[in-house]
Design a binder for this molecule. Structure first.
Ligand SMILES: Nc1ncnc2c1ncn2[C@@H]1O[C@H](COP(=O)(O)OP(=O)(O)OP(=O)(O)O)[C@@H](O)[C@H]1O
Length: 317
């Protein structure tokens, strides 16, 4: 019997109006996420990862497509009902300091979602906040501190505590490590994994760091110019990449000395990313692809299943 996924994204497209033209940030994205699973989303800067994450949480309204979360299509949900569903879906941002309110103490920042959703008396809320601070590796006394008084790693722990205080089912982690030192990155990854194991959380883990995506994810989706070009189980994708773009991304990291690869392998490959305002014809990767043929310039390859559970959008896959 097929298990119903917690999240299904179908044909999701989001564009912005930029200087009188349409910029397609995400084009017809599809994905599924099961309970307790982590889907890594990787790609170069500007490939549409954050826009996809924000559309999933309906912080942005997509142009078209469906985001079915726990049986409900969020795209069509009225604002009032959306507010209730939001309890189950949270986001951890790249820069905790700008996501937290600097005028509030850590305790008040973590308590904020409880206040918004009227979850008990002040005393009950404070008890929950203190227990959560301890759960994420801080102490109760951190509740009285202000965010700027904490280290980067501690601030990210506060952000995680705030995201988890309402017991969500899904957490979108948008570059949660990129502002942190390598040793602290490892601690935060371990914490996220422990919390996932204990509470059965599902993560969408957005990063341009292939090493951390490989470490955190069950499955991985690779994005290029707003398009999902490959999706597969993590080992399958790393061992047998089918899309030339994924192959080049992996090569670019493998060619770095190990220390540099661990630090922040901002995935980049040779050649310039075309402007999203003037997308190439056919396959959008053909301008940088060493294997491009005539048909790659003419027709856009659909994302198709090239091996069981392994999808790639390439004529040559
Ligand atoms: N509010 C907006 N208005 C106009 N264009 C936008 C807006 N948000 C994103 N974009 C554009 O959409 C595209 C995708 O951006 P997005 O931030 O989703 O990519 P990303 O992969 O998360 O990149 P990064 O890793 O740099 O955050 C980019 O070309 C970006 O400039």
């Amino acid at each position: 019997m097929a298990i119903t996924p917690l999240l299904t994204v179908a044909d999701l497209t989001k564009s912005f109006r930029v200087r009188g033209r349409r910029l397609y940030a995400v084009r017809q994205a599809n994905l599924e996420l099961g309970a307790g699973e982590t889907l890594g989303v990787v790609g170069e800067s500007g490939s549409g990862k954050s826009t996809l994450g924000r559309c999933i949480l309906r912080l942005l309204v997509p142009d078209s497509g469906r985001v079915v979360f726990d049986g409900t299509d969020l795209v069509r949900l009225a604002k009032r009902d959306l507010r209730i569903r939001r309890r189950d879906m949270q986001m951890v941002f790249q820069d905790p300091l700008s996501a937290l309110n600097p005028r509030f103490t850590v305790g008040r920042n973590v308590m904020d979602p409880l206040i918004v959703h009227r979850m008990g008396t002040r005393k009950e809320m404070l008890a929950r906040v203190e227990a959560m601070l301890e759960r994420v590796g801080l102490s109760r006394s951190h509740a009285q501190a202000y965010p700027f008084e904490l280290s980067g790693g501690q601030q990210q722990r506060v952000m995680i505590a705030r995201a988890l205080i309402l017991n969500p089912k899904l957490v979108v982690c948008d570059e949660p490590l990129s502002a942190l030192d390598v040793s602290v990155q490892a601690q935060i990854m371990t914490l996220l994994q422990e919390l996932q194991r204990d509470w059965g959380l599902s993560y969408i883990f957005i990063s341009h760091n292939l090493a951390s995506v490989g470490y955190m994810s069950t499955r991985v989706a690779v994005m290029y110019l707003g398009e999902m070009v490959e999706r597969a189980a993590v080992d399958d994708l790393f061992d047998r990449p089918r899309h030339p773009y994924t192959r080049m991304l992996l090569d670019s990291v493998l060619n770095l000395p190990e220390s540099a690869a661990a630090r922040a392998p901002l995935v980049t490959i040779p050649g310039e990313v075309p402007s999203p305002l003037a997308l190439p014809s056919g396959c959008s990767f053909h301008t940088r692809c060493p294997f491009a043929e005539a048909r790659c310039r003419l027709s856009r390859p659909p994302l198709r299943e090239v091996a069981p559970g392994h999808w790639a959008a390439c004529h040559l896959a």
